[in-house]
Ligand binder design. Structure first.
Ligand code: ATP
Ligand code: MG
Length: 612
């Protein structure tokens, strides 16, 4: 794809603005307020000659890593605004730095944006997929124009010399090349492009203000020499544009109206505006330069910063390279691909970033809110099942050998339509090791010698004995069941109340029917709320116990439904009763099931499992 021939043309058709509903459920955030004011004044409609209000946003990642949950916020925000106001949403790769960028990242970003529902290529709000590198020719032409207008020059100071001469707030910067003739700069820029100079030998700089209190305006670099192959343009270029020079042009060429970025770009905004104004200076109906180009508005908001994790791609890359995680999609990572692998539904991420809201003030967000968002969605959608993570054998002495009972199991109490299924029960079952204590403390309501508990959806059992090995370790227990409690309820007496009560309810699997599985239990990757705060190195706060893998036994229905979709990259999701939400991992196979725990349960089991 090439850059549009006429840069004053918007990339997408003018969109219809939908009036906001009369009764807003929440007040407008500051971005919505700006958009509504712009729509009311016809600010963007007037640009393309029509009076139709227009909203066009974009998500502009640099393909130098996998996207993280902070990017999810930007994606949902930008695509959400386009949707809300009947506008367009672009995905654009800000691929101006060949040294760090790779096709693998491009592919993963496209996958993740789509998965989150950022519709850039289908549907009414699709604005398209773009690459900044496709604008390199156009950008070069703009640079030539600025040199001819006396607004840019080739500077032969080295990086170190520029730093040494950058001045102080009260002392201006200097460059001996500032006043060189335009023809000389034009010739050198061509030479730079043609590969005649080494990396760092010279740069193209904007001639702005060497005394500006905003150092970004002290003649910033527009082009630097980088002899490096690019994932999209190959060997065509050996000069690459700097972010500030490139970004506004990318937005302009695509007809973006609201260029939404994070707060660290606030003091780059004068530069964003300066470049477009400098190009437009002297443009008009009778100008040799042509018509003015579109001038989008840059607006900043605060980054999303969840606790107990790090966000920057650079930091995440280091963890991948140093193998402290298994890869970008290690389920403990804060990346979108990791969360998908961990079993978070896209809706959970969307709800989380929307719930957090958008502001201009930086603050940490409790990562527990993300976990809660996952629970909320999974609670409504995940089928329930039983799995035992640390099995303890229970032999039910009064259950006939070989007899199997098929018990009704409610698939999802939150979703009546999910219905029921059968779970086999037999003489030998497994329960969670933690659910038995030989010498329990007072308020232990689970199994102990002589104590009675409810087996979820099955029967009441009473512990009658303990089996031990020579070393005294418990190897199993014996129990009896009460046939009158089938389904997990005691019979009702003449007065209408249950004839007996038990306090504890535990889960189980039938030994002869159970299937072996590996289950990965995750804790937070960092043990500090703000990793790196203590020592300056976030790696010092890695939690050494963030991954535990256990050999579990799961009910047969789970094995039958343990699907992994290699297209959507999602594994089937379940709630294991009392243990949390789990999903099938991508490495799972029929003979070697692997589950990931997405998140633990919020509510105590006692509350949820209360019968009737
Ligand atoms: P990183 O430091 O992780 O590489 P970045 O800002 O350099 O982040 P880009 O690929 O340049 O990453 O960002 C694409 C878009 O995502 C930008 O508009 C950026 O402002 C936004 N973004 C990045 N991090 C966050 C965050 N934590 N919260 C919200 N938006 C973010
Ligand atoms: Mg970056």
């Amino acid at each position: 794809m090439n850059a549009p021939v006429n840069p004053s043309k918007p990339a997408g058709k003018p969109a219809q603005a939908s009036p906001s509903p009369a009764s807003e459920e929440r007040s407008l955030n500051f971005l919505e307020q700006i958009i509504e004011a712009d729509n009311a004044s016809g600010k963007w409609g007037s640009w393309d000659g029509s009076k139709t209000p227009r909203v066009h946003t974009r998500f502009p990642p640099e393909p130098n890593g996998y996207l993280h949950v902070g990017h999810a916020k930007s994606i949902c925000l930008n695509s959400g605004l386009a949707k809300k106001y009947g506008g367009k949403f672009n995905l654009r790769f800000d691929d101006t730095n060949p040294a760090k960028e790779e096709q693998e990242y491009v592919d993963s970003i496209i996958r993740d944006v789509k998965w989150l529902g950022g519709d850039f290529d289908t549907g009414p709000n699709a604005g398209g997929l773009f690459y900044a590198s496709n604008y390199f020719d156009q950008m070069y032409a703009f640079a030539v124009e600025l040199i001819k207008k006396g607004r840019a020059y080739v500077c032969q100071l080295s990086g170190d010399e520029v730093s040494a001469r950058r001045g102080t707030p009260t002392v201006p910067a200097t460059s001996p090349w500032r006043d060189r003739p335009a023809e000389e700069s034009l010739r050198l820029l061509d030479e730079m492009r043609d590969g005649k100079h080494a990396n760092g030998a010279m740069t193209l700089r904007a001639k702005i203000d060497l005394a500006s209190p905003n150092f970004n305006l002290r003649d910033p670099v527009m082009y630097r020499i980088v002899h490096e192959e690019h994932h999209n343009t190959g060997k065509k270029w050996c000069i690459y544009p700097m972010y500030d020079w490139a970004h506004g042009l990318e937005d302009s060429l695509e007809g973006i109206t609201h260029s939404i970025c994070t707060l660290e770009f606030e003091n780059h905004r004068p530069l964003y505006d300066w470049f477009i104004d400098a190009i437009n200076d002297g443009r008009g109906p009778d100008s040799e330069w042509g018509m003015p180009i579109h001038h989008p508005q840059q607006i900043e908001f605060a980054k999303l910063r969840p606790t107990y994790t790090v966000m920057s791609k650079r930091n995440l890359l280091k963890m991948v390279e140093e193998k402290v995680v298994s890869g970008w999609d290690d389920p403990r990572m804060p990346t979108i691909s990791a969360m998908r692998r961990r079993g978070y539904p896209p809706e959970a991420l969307r709800n989380f970033v929307t719930d957090v809201g958008v502001t201009k003030v930086e603050s940490y967000i409790d990562v527990g809110r993300l976990e809660n968002a996952a629970r909320d969605v999974l609670n409504k959608t995940a089928p329930r099942a039983m799995a035992v993570l640390r099995p303890l054998k229970v032999t039910i002495e009064n259950w006939p050998e070989g007899k199997v009972d098929e018990l009704d199991f409610v698939i999802n109490p939150e979703d009546a339509a999910a219905g029921k299924r059968k779970v086999p029960f037999s003489r030998v079952i497994y329960i969670e090791r933690d659910d038995f204590m030989e010498n329990p403390p007072k308020k232990f309501f689970r199994l102990a010698p002589g104590a009675e508990v409810r087996l979820r959806w099955a029967y009441f059992i009473t512990c009658t004995g303990v089996e031990k090995d020579a070393a005294g370790n418990i190897t199993g227990i014996r129990a009896t069941y009460d046939p009158a409690t089938r389904g997990g309820d005691a019979p009702v007496g003449p007065d209408g109340t249950p004839t007996k009560k038990v306090k504890g309810t535990i889960h189980w699997v039938s030994a002869e029917h159970a299937v072996a599985a590996k289950v990965r239990l995750f804790d937070r990757l960092f043990s500090a709320e703000t990793p790196g705060e203590r020592t300056g190195n976030y790696m010092d706060d890695l939690n050494p116990n963030s991954l535990e893998t256990v050999d579990a036994l799961v009910e047969p229905w789970l094995a039958q439904h343990a699907s992994y979709d290699h297209k959507s990259l999602e594994g089937a999701r379940f709630q294991f009763e009392r243990l949390g939400y789990f999903c099938i991992d991508k490495d799972s196979a029929p003979g070697g099931l692997i589950f990931n725990r997405s998140v633990t349960l919020k509510d105590s089991w006692a509350k949820e499992a209360k019968p009737g």
